[in-house]
Ligand binder design. Structure first.
Ligand code: HEC
Ligand code: HEC
Length: 380
């Protein structure tokens, strides 16, 4: 009797995962193909006579799986089709695509970006850690983990996760410009990281709902009046003999030094106004995290300055402008000063060294690198 029930259950499990595999349902824990093989193996073990059926199913399953893989690899179907409406699949597609979240965030072992926190279990973390922290800070309107997720997108600077910078852009404004439904979808995707997907729990604030109209009212995006020339900008960026020589500290497309943040995609997530400000007045806002400037004087009189790349109770690791790292024992430190008492290590005199045209060229080069062409050049 028990054996019979077991057989029926194993057949149902096998058929169920097979259907899930064909329907391309969102997976949990393991890819459906593995669940399916496990269920099929269980079925064969409990019911040797069903071997032929199981075998046929396995062959079919393998075909479906390979078919799905091929569509995914060739970039077709799957995600693009699912990328509509407010559901986790649409959110996933936006997260790894249009939303550019993955230029700064990873999720579990997917992706490799480290400028923002890893989003594994972000919703569970929102409930257990961020909610109490926000309420302790007096943000009484943050009542649920979803409220926290909404806030982290509506107003990223309202709460800065420890150890990270305030560099998260408002993704409902240019250049990312997600619309309210795209934001909802991305939040539902974040909910699936440790909570239940629940679109009804999402209350978007007016900033997001009115972003499109507000932009028009404010006269559209920041405009540099001058049209930049990306080729001239590339030259300025990479030529160490030029006054700019950004390459001494930054990488674009893998070329350059890693003293400051990588800039390949910066124009994809930040506005031209932000980049302009970062060049003209680097200390106004520090892309902190790993870029916080520090100056220390050691007991023996040596002075070191650079950015803090690591610190713990016993020591500090400081990277200087040349990219050289020095580990300093805290016991040897006589005095230390940090931002804002110490400015960014990015030179603050580009406003004098470069003409406005050259700054426009640099921005155009960064926009070209990120695949966002300035409006004036579209259609050329
Ligand atoms: C340019 C880099 C950058 C981009 C692009 C970016 N973020 Fe962030 N994000 C950050 C940083 C840095 C933090 C941590 C500081 C803070 O709390 O604002 C953060 C924090 C968050 C948090 C809070 C995480 C936590 O552990 O509490 C969420 C949620 C989030 N981002 C979602 C997104 C989503 C969704 C997108 C894409 C639509 C996105 N981010 C795009 C840099 C970025
Ligand atoms: C001596 C090293 C150095 C040089 C040279 C330098 N930078 Fe930077 N830059 C940094 C550091 C460090 C940061 C991060 C700290 C900060 O925000 O000030 C930074 C930040 C930036 C940012 C903000 C990035 C972000 O993701 O928020 C931009 C944009 C930028 N630099 C552009 C440039 C350009 C363009 C040039 C050439 C004209 C240049 N930098 C030259 C060190 C440098």
């Amino acid at each position: 009797m028990l054996k019979k029930v077991g057989r029926i259950l194993s057949v149902l499990a096998c058929l169920g995962t097979f259907l899930a595999l064909i329907a391309n349902l969102p997976v949990f824990f393991l890819p459906w193909i593995l669940w399916f093989l496990a269920a099929a193996a269980l079925m064969v073990w409990l019911w040797p006579a069903g071997r032929t059926g199981a075998f046929v199913l396995i062959i079919l399953g393998a075909f479906v799986y390979i078919g799905a893989l091929v569509t995914e690899i060739s970039g077709g179907g799957g995600t693009a089709v699912a990328a509509e409406g407010v559901n986790p699949e649409a959110g996933e597609a936006i997260y790894w695509g249009k939303g550019k979240c993955s230029t700064c965030h990873s999720l579990g072992d997917q992706g490799s970006a480290i400028r923002g926190p890893n989003h594994e279990n972000v919703c569970a973390k929102a409930l257990a850690e961020r909610l109490p922290a926000r309420q302790a800070a007096g943000a009484s309107h943050i009542q649920t983990p979803t409220d926290y997720l909404v806030e982290s997108i509506a107003d990223p600077q309202a709460y800065i996760v420890e150890g990270f910078s305030g560099a998260m852009p408002k993704v409902y404004l240019p250049p990312v410009s997600l619309n309210p439904d795209e934001i909802r979808a991305v939040i539902v995707y974040m909910q699936t990281q440790g909570c239940e997907a629940d679109p009804a729990a999402i209350n978007l604030p007016a900033e997001i709902l009115n972003a499109a109209t507000a932009e028009v009212a404010a006269g559209g995006e920041f405009n540099l009046v001058l049209v930049g020339d990306p080729a001239a900008g590339r030259e300025l960026f990479f030529d160490e003999a030029e006054a700019a020589a950004c390459v001494k500290c930054h990488t674009v497309a893998g070329e350059g030094e890693e003293v400051g943040p990588e800039l390949t995609d910066v124009a994809g997530t930040q506005t031209a106004a932000y980049i302009f400000e970062s060049i003209m007045n680097p200390s106004a806002e520090i892309a902190a995290g790993d870029y916080e400037p520090i100056q220390v004087r050691l007991n023996d009189g040596t002075v070191l300055s650079g950015i803090i790349v690591a610190e713990d109770e016993a020591s500090l690791t400081i990277k200087d402008k040349e990219g050289e790292e020095t580990v300093v024992n805290r016991a040897d430190v006589d005095r230390e000063a940090r931002y804002p008492d110490v400015p960014s290590i990015m030179p603050s005199n580009f406003g004098e060294l470069l003409t406005v045209q050259q700054v426009a060229d640099l921005i155009a080069f960064l926009q070209e690198s990120a695949g966002v062409l300035p409006a004036e050049e579209e259609g050329e």
